[in-house]
Design a binder for this molecule. Structure first.
Ligand code: UDP
Length: 248
């Protein structure tokens, strides 16, 4: 590792489906996929341990079809299947740049990938493999935020990294409000009380209860993931007040 004492060694990176579609309105953009894979490969080469939870919003979100009359649970299962497609796409892109990976799905799909088995996933991480968790929790009425938080806790991760198209948490939507400013640090409680919509409230509460920091950064810029991990990159950290005060 370039920094002799990076704060985080094992992280869970949540990649939303929207990131994978690049500038398109739907699906997977190959160039974006390759860029994300290259960034992940770089941090693996530096000795960090990484697991991923991938979303499915670039293909399908249950809530959108439920809004048009489809039963919500069935629509959510379709959303979970979309996350499996993204996981396989990411796996392919990562293997192309020399990263060893395993996909584990919360909905067993023997012919496609491994089922989610916590101890096996931990072993993969210890061996330097990137584990991609697919199909969320395997249960409807969730997005992939809560599975990202749950897997981060189960895998003993030092932090949950949320890779978005914005470089942190802002006072208002920076795409709509030019006066919006970025927070360097927030507490879980501030995020929940101010309804800052960084992640689902259940995910934030889970990270608060297990004292796992959430790091929000832009995954769009090449090399950002490594910069944030080694302490240089722009981001917002969400953590408990004691840690936040020490960092400030
Ligand atoms: N989903 C679900 N349970 C889960 C995870 C995901 O039902 O545990 C479904 C849900 O319909 C969700 C979709 O899968 O909208 C895709 O995930 P998400 O919306 O989180 O994708 P992202 O916004 O990260 O691209």
């Amino acid at each position: 590792m370039s920094d002799p004492q990076p704060r985080y060694r094992r992280i869970l990176l949540k990649v939303s489906g929207e990131v994978l579609m690049g500038d398109a309105a739907f699906g997977i953009d190959q160039d974006t996929l390759s860029a994300v894979a290259e960034d992940i490969a770089e941090v693996v080469r530096q000795g960090f341990e990484l697991c991923l939870v991938v979303g499915g919003g670039n293909i399908f979100r249950g809530v959108s079809l439920a809004g048009k009359g489809m039963e919500r649970a069935s629509a959510d299962y379709m959303g979970m299947l979309a996350t499996v497609m993204n996981a396989l796409a990411l796996q392919g892109a990562l293997e192309k740049v020399g990263v060893h990976t395993r996909v584990q799905s919360a909905i067993p799909m023997d012919a496609v990938c491994e089922p989610y088995i916590r101890r096996r996933a931990l072993r993969h991480l210890e061996k330097g493999r990137v584990v991609i968790f697919a199909a969320g929790l395997g249960a409807p009425f969730f997005t992939t935020d809560t599975p990202a938080a749950l897997r981060a806790a189960e895998m003993g991760c030092d932090a949950l990294f949320k890779g978005t198209s914005v470089d942190g948490v802002y006072t208002a939507d920076p795409k709509k409000d030019a006066t919006a400013t970025r927070y360097d640090c927030l507490t879980y409680q501030e995020v929940l009380a101010q309804d800052l919509r960084v992640m689902d409230a259940s995910a934030i509460a889970l990270m608060r209860d297990n004292e796992i920091p959430i790091v929000v950064f832009s995954i769009r810029g090449r090399g950002n993931l490594l910069s944030v991990l080694t302490g240089d990159g722009v981001h917002t950290t969400i953590e408990n007040p004691k840690r936040a005060a020490l960092a400030g």
